[in-house]
Design a protein around this ligand. Structure first.
Ligand SMILES: Nc1ncnc2c1ncn2[C@@H]1O[C@H](COP(=O)(O)OP(=O)(O)OP(=O)(O)O)[C@@H](O)[C@H]1O
Length: 242
């Protein structure tokens, strides 16, 4: 995925300005920045839901996964039928989409819950269903718009660990919007910091750890040092916004 000189304006509101960003397969980029700086707009551009006002966005690959802040499940459909939806929309035969859905459900650890409806699941399980739904089509580009923000800390950390395992297994190109610096550092190969609106990239910080990342790596001195670098860039970005 490549952004070159990308700017977006909504009427008189400049949301993004001059963004250059390339994300390859096997890279997970965390996007952090002050509220309203254009993070969701950047994901919508990557998904092709909207176009830039200036510059170019190019995405190569066959499939896209998008996970929203809410699980956005259909309450009347079972887990299985929710996860089958992308295959159904793509016109896959029933046997094929059932197989893909069963595989994705297994990958997020929900085998046995196929017949449950969303209301019968916890918030963390609903988010796993949402991740599985996006996973069915084996996305080359996987976009996450703060998917764990509404979950409790323990669930959030566990889902982060599971997402890291998926990333290692699938090796997609990922863009993960978060307001949590530790979450961004734990998940990402790079953390990109945007300034206050209009969002510009003010820092692109590599995360110097290999995968798999054990949960306790969050408490290592190297982890703290990387998080401190991101935090300093973010504070600078917020001052730009003021
Ligand atoms: N469809 C739209 N029409 C008009 N303005 C919009 C539209 N979408 C976004 N904006 C504006 O563009 C700016 C960036 O919005 P965006 O949702 O991308 O920010 P964000 O960084 O994701 O915010 P947050 O962290 O609070 O979720 C905001 O000022 C927002 O009001």
């Amino acid at each position: 995925m490549e952004f070159a000189g990308v700017s977006v304006a909504f009427g008189g509101t400049q949301a993004l300005a001059g963004v250059d960003l390339t994300v390859h397969r096997g890279e997970m980029v965390a996007l952090v920045g002050p509220s309203g700086c254009g993070k969701s707009t950047l994901l919508r551009l990557a998904a092709g839901f909207q176009g830039p006002t200036a510059g170019t966005v190019s995405v190569t690959g066959d499939s896209l996964g998008y996970v929203f802040q809410d699980a956005t499940l259909m309450p009347w459909r079972s887990v299985q039928r929710n996860v089958e939806l992308p295959g159904q929309l793509a016109g896959l035969p029933a046997t094929e989409r059932r197989r893909l859905a069963a595989d994705a459900i297994a990958r997020v650890g929900l085998t046995g819950f196929e017949r449950h409806r969303p209301a019968q699941l916890s918030g963390g399980m609903r988010m796993r269903v949402s991740i599985a739904r996006a996973l069915t089509m084996r996305p080359d580009l996987y976009l996450f718009d703060e998917p764990f923000g509404a979950l409790d800390e323990m669930t959030r950390e566990r889902l982060g660990e599971e997402l890291n395992s998926l990333f290692v297994a699938e090796s997609f190109a990922g863009l993960f919007v978060t307001h949590s610096i530790p979450e961004g550092v734990f998940l990402a190969t790079r953390v990109v910091v945007l300034s206050g609106r209009p969002g510009r990239i003010v820092a692109d910080i590599p995360v110097p750890f290999d995968y798999p990342r054990p949960p306790e790596s969050r408490y290592s001195p190297e982890f703290a040092a990387t998080a401190a670098t991101v935090s300093a860039a973010l504070r600078g970005a917020a001052e730009v916004a003021v």
